[in-house]
Design a protein around this ligand. Sequence first.
Ligand code: PRP
Length: 198
Amino acid sequence: MARKREESGKLRVLIRREAIGRRVGALAREITRDFRGERVHLVGVLKGACIFLADLAREIRLDVSFDFISVSSYGKNRESSGEVRLLKDLDIRIQGLNVILVEDILDTGQTLGYLLRVLRQRRPRSLRIAALLDKPERRVNQVAADYVGFHIPNEFVVGYGLDFAESYRNLKDVCVLKPEGERMRGKGPASNGQSGQR
Ligand code: PRP
C-alpha cells in the first residue's frame, strides 16, 4: 500500500536508506567512543523511535540495555499547548545508569523537554539524547540533542518509524509526504507530532 502511494506521487524520498545506515553507524561509533568501557541504557520513545533504536543498538560496541517509554501530547497542532502525558513508564530503574533517550524526531521539543524533566529526577548517571532527525525551525522548547542524525527542513516526513495516521512507519527511506487537500493546506508543513495530525 505504501508502495502504491509512492508510485502515485505522494511520497518523495528525503533521506535514502543507505545514508540512514551510514549515519546511524557514525552515531553509534560516537556513542561507543564517548562511553568507552561503560554500559549504556537506551530509552526509546514509542512508537516512532523503535526502528532507529533497533539499528543504533546493534551498531554500538558496548554493553547495551534498553527500555521504552510512551507519552502522548495534547494539541500538537496548537503550537502553545506543550502538554505531555506519560502513557507507559519505564520498566527498569535508571538511577546510576548512562541513559540515552532515543527519538526518531526532535520537532517542537515538547516531548523531550518533558522527558528530560521527568528522567532527571530519577538521578541517572548521565542523560543524553539521540535523535535521528532534527527540525530546528519548529522548536518551541529549547532542547538540543547530543547525537543528531540529520537536520531537516520543515516538511512533513514519514518512514523509518515515522507515521501518518499509523501508516508508513515501515518505509526504509525517510520520505516527505506531500500535502493534500485541507489536511495541510493553509497551515504549512504540519508538526511531526501526534499520529493523525501530521
Ligand atoms: C513524535 C516523535 C516524537 C515527537 C516529537 O511522536 O516520535 O516523540 O513527536 O515532537 P515534539 O518535538 O514536537 O514533541 P508522536 O507523538 O507522533 O508519536 P509516535 O512516535 O507514536 O508516532
